[in-house]
Write a new protein. Structure first.
Lengths: 81, 147
């Protein structure tokens, strides 16, 4: 299945792109997507434990099952205000 | 039980969905005077707490000219909606207004303005503090210093 991925804040600088797409087997989880992204963009590895993950506009846990066409966002800790 | 705790239990006075909400994400300067002039309070309300978050002139010890705010706007709106829901469950708030600047905000200008209207100051201060704490934990907005 194809998952659409967007990067925000300095994750765009780390990866060099604002978005990408990843191919994953059916039933793959958000955590598995994150590990695959770190393989493709090793610069994300240093931020692995503090990375926030959302599907659509909702935060989801790492065991969240993905489905074809999901829009996933990765970003560093937020800093509003 | 403290008086504050017992006030938290009075949510029945404000059924779910009764709290007025306003969220503005804007690239324009925040006009605090106009916002205060637009305040609406019913007769039972005794507290209007407002807070302005202002851009500091230093970031990690270095002088800056401004902060550039980036947002994942659809998720910002959703996360504020969830936080507002949470505030409404916890305190008998009549009205909650929040304005957040996006883009470049110069030093000394407000980047955030919040107003909470409640029957008493305790719940108004508590709700305002909680709202901002949760925003800083959950709402996808990021700062980039401009030097």
């Amino acid at each position: 299945m194809t998952i659409n991925v967007s990067f925000y804040s300095y994750f765009k600088d780390l990866t060099g792109v604002p978005s990408t797409s990843e191919q994953l087997p059916e039933g793959a989880t958000l955590g598995e997507l994150h590990l695959q992204l770190i393989e493709h963009f090793p610069q994300l590895g240093a931020m692995k434990n503090s990375t926030l993950l959302a599907v659509g506009v909702e935060y989801q846990p790492r065991d969240h099952p993905l489905k074809e066409g999901d829009d996933v966002a990765l970003f560093p800790p937020v800093q509003g205000g | 039980m403290t008086s504050r705790s017992s006030r938290r239990c009075k949510v029945v006075e404000f059924p779910p969905g009764s709290m007025k909400r306003e969220l503005i994400l804007t690239h324009e300067p925040i006009d605090e005077t106009a916002l205060v002039q637009g305040r609406v309070m019913s007769g039972g309300m005794g507290a209007a707490v407002s807070f302005a978050g202002v851009v500091r002139g230093t970031e990690e010890g270095a002088a800056i000219r401004a902060i550039d705010y980036e947002a994942f706007e659809p998720m910002v709106r959703r996360q504020f909606e969830l936080i507002f829901d949470d505030v409404e469950k916890r305190w008998p708030i009549e009205s909650l207004r929040l304005v957040h600047r996006l883009g470049v905000v110069a030093v000394n200008e407000p980047s955030l303005w919040v107003e909470v209207i409640a029957p008493h100051r305790g719940e108004a201060f508590a709700a305002c503090q909680h709202l901002i704490d949760e925003m800083k934990r959950l709402v996808p907005i990021w700062k980039k210093p401009v030097s």
